[in-house]
Design a binder for this molecule. Sequence first.
Ligand code: 6PG
Length: 237
Amino acid sequence: MNGVRRVYNNISELSEAAARQWLALSASSISDRGVFRVALAGGNTPRKLYERLAQPDYSEQLDWSNTQIYFGDERCVPQDRVESNYHTAEESLLSKITIPPENVHPMYDPFFSAEENAARYDELVSEFEVFDLILLGMGSDGHTASLFPGTEILDETKKYVAAQYVDQLLSSRISFTFRAINAARNVFILVSGDGKAEVISNISRSGEDSFSYPVQSVDPQGSLVWYLDKSASSKIL
Ligand code: 6PG
């Protein structure tokens, strides 16, 4: 398992720890480079982290005017649909903070195809290439972002963002590639729930060279921290 593993009693304590580290990283990034570029994860696990960041004791400390918010992957659905990762972020964080609208970069516009959206976002990311922080989750099949087992995007080395039809979902996704993820200064992988315990156990046991899950290819040039709760770690404790 690449990186550092931190285990918390529950999703609330996991989210509190991740929020504290977000605060520290945003302050140091803005102090060093004048900007904090962060890519949000999709799914449900990060929701509590977003809600925590929206609370005044965090949101009033964070410099949103110098924070640029991106998305690590997106479903090809309009922003008002509950499946949209933008919708989750809007509901739990973006609608509750004072961030300039131009600092938030949605990944999917229904006016364009999945491929056109991916090309536009790839161009956007190629302007700076390195994120200060990328948040990721992990599915019970070991996928991360929308990098699913058996898909071609896993082997993409030139683009930062690509579109991929996912047979398992019978739908297309737009996702960071490992080129974007592994260029990051910091990556958090947030994993909660006993449904993920089997994969976490297999990853923890496997040797460095056995890559059977996409998430095992997350190996950033900067730091990688796994934020796990006790349920997700139940087979390794
Ligand atoms: C997505 C996510 C995906 C997610 C995992 C875990 O768009 O679905 O990017 O990679 O992080 O599927 O999802 P949960 O947090 O809901 O378990």
